[in-house]
Every structure is written in structure tokens, then in C-alpha cells.
Design a binder for this molecule. Sequence first.
Ligand code: IMP
Length: 424
Amino acid sequence: MPVTVLVGMQWGDEGKGKIVDLISEDQDIIARYQGGANAGHTVVIDGKQYILHLIPSGILREGKKCIIGPGVVVDPAAFLAEIEELKNAGIDVNGRITISPKAHCILPVNKILDKANEDRKSQKKIGTTGKGIGPTYSDKALRLGIPFAFFLDNTKLEAALAASLERKNSIIENFYSGEPLDIKSVIRDAKEVAKDVIPFIEDTSQILADAISDGKRVLCEGAQGTMLDIDHGTYPYVTSSNTVSGGACTGLGIPPKKIDHVIGVIKAYTTRVGEGPFPTELEDETGNLLQGEGAEFGATTGRARRCGWFDAVVAKYAVRVNGIDEIVLTKLDVLDSFKTLKVCVAYDLDGKRIESIPDNISVLERVKPIYEELDGWDSKTKGATSFEELPQKARDYIAFLEKISGAPIKIISTGPGREATVIR
Ligand code: IMP
């Protein structure tokens, strides 16, 4: 399969890091197409935990090449810190990571503005990660962004930073009543931190085109999840990029016809970090149990994740908008101690049953889940490596999810480690 896209089917945190690492074994290149260091991909290998925010999880597989595409926004300091951590963990990163010159640079001021924007009393909180993602994509859309290519042309860089700063300073002074930033020090600091990123810059679009025509295998790694997509998610409670499979085309420059496989990753229950509608949320003991058993605390911000039952309406929607060919079901073992399980099969809207995600957030905020109850297996699946090992009731749960979601479940994750995986 030359080009595969892997996406999250819920609100992020589906456990994509482990799955990317797993699938990377058979890939040549692993490429990130959107987002930035707001992602938190956790991978456990031989009991050792690695948390990656920006660099594709494929870096943990020896010899695999990793690409950060034009659709990604890169915080140079976060990138360099991640490289350092990988080196300290004994991972050889030499010549294995390339950043597109078209990827945009996250300036420190954008992290300040991200937080300041969230603190505004007049605006509803989104609950962003505070990593400067939204302001950097906004700059890009305003044509005031700083792609890494600009760092290769001093005159262009200084003019672009001056233009961007002029606007930002006006916002800081007039809107946030803050102190304006000194343009000279912003330029100096930006150059200082970016200089160590420059050696990683190369035309990733050409690298990918050559690799694809040579028959190499490329895995496009999505971050966040379908419901956080800026166009297809629960706007405005979304991230600032296209997380869906189509984002791989725009975010990497790979033509749609070259993509031949889409894998969706979904948790055996649902979680969400940050604000926004979440129909199956459980604000009770059951929610707390899921949070505790699933260690549902953000890998990037440490925030507790909101937890709830599996939402099949979301799953069906994700299968549709991403064109998912196969599903990877993660964290099945988290449900091991439950006597009964609920799956949301439809929503109730003022007494009317609806089976698809409403295209209006005001409606989604009002719906109530309609549940079907299933028996739990109340026994251990943790660490299972074959389908036959799973208790019948766990197999029934999987069969139910598969049928209602509309795509086959081919891989089941039963624990954080590489080995705790069932491949059907
Ligand atoms: P931002 O991406 O930092 O702008 O945050 C926008 C929304 O996306 C917030 O609700 C975040 O909690 C959420 N978000 C961003 N990245 C992730 C992620 O990797 N996993 C889960 N939620 C995320």
C-alpha cells in the first residue's frame, strides 16, 4: 500500500502514537500533515515511555524517515527540545527528519496571544493547548505568517517579521492593553532559535513525490481527531487545521489519487479535552472510573480529559468524512472491569431520533444520547495478543462497534506497549 493516511476518529487522544509506531514497521516514510506541538503522541516500547508532540512517531523505528509537511506549524524551541530528548534516549535522528520550507514558524508572541485570547472574558473559552497554534494559522491566512523559507532570505525575513509585529503590537496595545514588543529583539530571537532548524529544511513535497514514484511506502500521520477538524469538527471548539484524511493532500502536497488506504483510530469509549459539545459525556462515577482506568490526562497539557461512552454517531461520521477503510480500536482493556457498557447509537433531539451528526453546533449542543446497553466482559483483556484470547463478550462488543460504525476493526490495542496488540 504505497500511501496510507492514519486519522483520529474522535476528539484526539485516540492512541494514534502507538498505532503509528506499530504500522511504521512496514513503512519507509512517516509524514505529519497538520497541527503542531499541541499533539501528544505516547508510545511505550519495552516499558519505556516516549511522548512526541511534533516529530512523527515513526522516528522510534530505526532507519525510518520522518517528514514535517507544509501544513504543520513548527515551534523551533519545541522541535529542538524534542530532538534533544530523542538523542538522550539513544535514538539516532541523524538525517532522518526533514521540515518543509513552507511549514510556518510559531513565534513566541503567538503563544502569548493564544493564552491572552483564551483569558478574554468576553469570549467563550476553547480550552486550547496554549501552544500558539491558532494565532500562527491565523497569521498564515492573513498572509502575515513566517514560513521557514523566509529564514533563508534575511531581507524577506526582517520585512515579514516587521509587518507581522506591527499588527500584533497594535493588538497587544489597543486590545489587551499590554506592552508592545521590540521588533529588533523579536527578529534577533527568531533568528537565534531558528538557525538550528535550518539544517532540517528541504523540499518535502519533492521527497514524497520521488518516494511514491519509486514505490516506497508513505504513512501520513494525522494529529488531533476528526471532531477537532476546523471545517468538519465541532466549530468553534476545534483546532485550527484540517485533521481529516483530506488534510494529508493539502498538508503534504500528495495528490488525492495517490492515497490508497485510510486507517481510523478510535478508542473503545470517548474522551475530549477542552471545551465544546460532547453528547456521551459522563459527569459521574462511571466517567471518573474511565478517567482513572484509562489514565485520561493530557500528554501535552496534563489536563484531565472528559470521559464518556462510545459514540457510534461520531464513529459513523468519521468513517464517512475520512473514507476510512479499516478501524483500529484502542484501549479495549480500560473496559475490563465494567459489568455493563453503553454505546450511543443515535441522538434524541426534542423527541426525534437522529442518526447523524447535526451540521449545526447549536443542535449538537442540545441532543441527548440514545444508548444501547451491552454486557461487559468483566475479565481481563489487558495484554491480549490474539482475537481468540478475548472473552466472547469483548468480541461481541467489537462486532457491535464494527457493524454500527461501518468499517472493519482490524487491529485492537489492549495496553500501551507495542506487544499488547491484536491483529486480525
Ligand atoms: P489548539 O489546537 O491548541 O488551538 O486547541 C484547540 C482545541 O483542540 C482544544 O480543545 C484542545 O484541547 C484541542 N486539542 C488540540 N490538540 C489536541 C490533541 O492532540 N488531543 C486532544 N485535543 C487536542
